[in-house]
Write a protein of this length. Structure first.
Length: 458
C-alpha cells in the first residue's frame, strides 16, 4: 500500500533499547497524525512487531548485535561497573554504529531511489552514524534525545563549554541546586580513548544536525535550557511528554503482566509503593535482600518489578530471603514486567521507587507520583538531582540498608515530612498538563518543528 502522505516522507532511525524505542514510536505516531508518511529503520529486533503499526513502513537493518545482549546481565553489569559512562557501553555503541553504517546508508539510498522523497531523517542520538550518512546524501538530519536537554551541558567534548563557562551564571539557585559541576566531574573522570571517541562522535553529530528534539517539558528545565542555547546554535524543540501525546503506543520488548492491575484495584488510594529499575539496571543478591526486608518492614503495600536476570547470578526471585513471602502475604505483588504507565496512573499508587531513567521520571511527573531515587548510572544521576534538589518531588535513597529503606518509604508516603513533597508532585502534574494545551509550550514547539521540517523541504 502506498504510504505517501501530504506533508512528505520522514525516515526515523531507532536505537534498539527500551527507553529509546518507545519515545521514537510515539514521535512517529504524532508526526504521522500531522500528515507525514513514515519509514522506521531499526536494528534487528524480533520482539518489535510491525503488524502492530500498519501505518508505518518498517525496515530492519542488521546490527550484528544479538537482541538478548541489549537487556541482559552482561550489558547491565558493564553499565553498572562504570557508574557514569563506560568503556563497554562506549564499545557497544561504537560497534552498533559501525555495524549499522553501511546498511543504513544502503537503506536510505534505496528509499531515495524509489518513489520516496525524504523531507528529513530523524535519528536517536545513540545512532549518531546517521548524521554522517545524511550529510553525504544532502538530507536534513534531526536528532531525538530521550533525556533532558540539560544533559547537553555535561558533554566534556564541547570545546566551547569549559569549566569556566559551565560555572558562569551559576548564581541561579536552580543551576546551583543541580550540582552540574559535581555531575560533570563524575563523567570526565578516567575517560578511555573509546569513550572520548564516542562522545566526540555524539557531539559532532549534534553539531551538524539541523534540529534537536527533546522528550522533555520546557518548564522543567528552563534555566538550564537557556544555558544550553548559549552553546548550541541548533534549534531545540522540547516536545514532551510524548507518551501523553501518543498514549496508545506500547513498545514493550517484554510482556506486560496485567495481573498487577487487578491487585492494585484492591489496594487503598495512594498506599502502594511501585518499585522498578527500568530495562537495564541490575542489582546484586544483597540489595535484593535489603530491598525485600525494607519493603516488608515498611508495612506499605508494594508492587515490585523484578526482570528475569535482573538480580546478578539469579534467574528471577529465587534469592528472596526465607520468611519474606509469609511476612508480606497479599500486601506485596512481584511481576517480571509491568504496564508501567497504567500503574503510575492508578489511584492506589502513592510513590515510585525508581532508578530515575528519564522515561520513568517523566511518566511519574505526569501522574503526580513522588519518587524515591536510586540512580545507577548516566543521566539517572542528573535526573535524581533534578527530582530531589530542584523540583523537590522525591527523596534520594543513599543507603540501601533495610532500616533506611523502611524509614525513607514512610517519610515519602505517609509522614508529615513528605507532605510538601507529595503536594509539589501534584503541582508538577498540573503544570505538565498545561504544556499539552493548545497554547502550551509542547504544542508550540511541535508547530515550530513541523514548520522547520517543511521549510527545509522547500
Ligand atoms: N517499563 C515498563 N514496565 C516495567 C518497567 C519499565 O513498561 O516494568 C517502561 C517504562 O514505562 C519506561 C521504560 O520502560 O518507558 C524504561 O525507560 P527509562 O528511561 O525509565 O529507563 P531505562 O530502561 O532506559 O533504564
Amino acid at each position: 500500500m502506498e504510504k505517501q502522505q501530504k506533508s512528505g516522507h520522514l525516515v526515523l532511525v531507532m536505537a534498539p533499547f527500551q527507553g529509546h524505542l518507545t519515545p521514537m514510536l510515539q514521535l512517529a505516531t504524532i508526526l504521522h497524525s500531522k500528515g507525514f508518511s513514515i519509514t522506521i529503520v531499526h536494528p534487528e529486533l524480533k520482539s518489535l512487531n510491525p503488524s502492530n503499526h500498519p501505518e508505518f513502513t518498517f525496515v530492519s537493518i542488521p546490527d550484528k548485535i544479538k537482541e538478548s545482549q541489549l537487556s541482559d546481565e552482561d550489558l547491565a553489569d558493564k553499565l553498572k561497573e562504570s557508574l557514569v559512562s563506560t568503556v563497554d557501553v562506549a564499545g557497544s555503541l561504537q560497534s552498533l554504529n559501525k555495524n549499522c553504517t553501511a546498511p543504513l546508508q544502503k537503506c536510505l539510498e534505496n528509499i531515495l531511489h524509489s518513489h520516496h522523497h525524504i523531507v528529513a531523517v530523524i535519528y536517536d542520538t545513540l545512532m549518531f552514524c546517521a548524521q554522517t550518512i545524511v550529510n553525504d546524501l544532502g538530507l536534513p538530519g534531526i536528532t531525538l534525545r530521550t533525556s533532558t536537554a540539560t544533559t547537553l551541558l555535561l558533554f566534556p567534548e564541547l570545546p566551547q563549554l569549559g569549566e569556566k563557562e559551565l560555572m558562569s551564571g551559576i548564581e541561579s539557585p536552580e543551576l546551583q541546586a543541580l550540582q552540574l559541576q559535581r555531575l560533570r566531574a563524575l563523567i570526565v573522570q578516567n575517560p578511555t580513548q573509546m569513550m572520548m571517541e564516542v562522545r566526540a562522535a555524539f557531539t559532532n553529530a549534534m553539531k551538524f544536525s539541523s534540529a534537536i528534539i527533546v522528550n522533555s517539558m520546557e518548564f522543567l528545565e528552563l534555566e538550564a535550557l537557556s544555558k544550553v542555547r548559549q552553546y548550541f546554535p541548533t534549534p531545540i524543540f522540547i516536545v514532551g511528554p510524548l507518551h501523553k501525546l501518543a498514549p496508545t503506543i506500547c513498545g514493550s520488548l517484554l510482556t506486560e503482566d496485567d495481573k498487577c492491575i487487578s491487585w492494585l484495584n484492591k489496594q487503598a488510594p495512594k498506599s502502594v509503593i511501585y518499585v522498578s529499575f527500568g530495562s537495564i539496571a541490575n542489582i546484586d543478591k544483597q540489595e535484593l535482600i535489603e530491598t525485600a526486608w525494607g519493603l516488608s518492614n515498611s508495612k506499605q503495600p508494594f508492587l515490585w518489578v523484578v526482570r528475569p536476570g535482573m538480580v546478578c547470578g539469579s534467574e528471577w526471585i529465587e534469592s528472596l530471603p526465607n520468611g519474606f513471602e509469609e511476612s508480606v502475604g497479599e500486601r506485596g505483588c512481584i511481576v517480571k514486567w509491568a504496564p508501567q504507565k497504567e500503574v503510575l496512573a492508578h489511584a492506589a499508587v502513592g510513590g515510585f521507587w525508581s532508578h530515575c531513567g528519564w522515561n520513568s521520571t517523566i511518566e511519574s511527573i505526569c501522574e503526580g507520583v513522588p519518587m524515591l531515587c536510586r540512580p545507577f548510572f548516566g543521566d539517572q544521576l542528573l535526573n535524581t538531582s533534578y527530582i530531589c534538589n530542584v523540583w523537590k518531588i522525591g527523596l534520594e535513597l543513599q543507603n540501601l540498608e533495610r532500616g533506611n529503606i523502611e524509614r525513607t518509604i514512610k517519610r515519602l508516603m505517609v509522614d508529615m515530612e513528605g507532605k510538601d513533597i507529595r503536594k509539589r508532585a501534584m503541582d508538577l502534574k498540573k503544570k505538565a498538563a498545561l504544556c499539552l494545551m493548545e497554547d502550551g509550550s509542547t504544542s508550540c514547539y511541535f508547530n515550530g518543528l513541523i514548520k522547520q521540517i517543511t521549510v527545509s523541504e522547500t
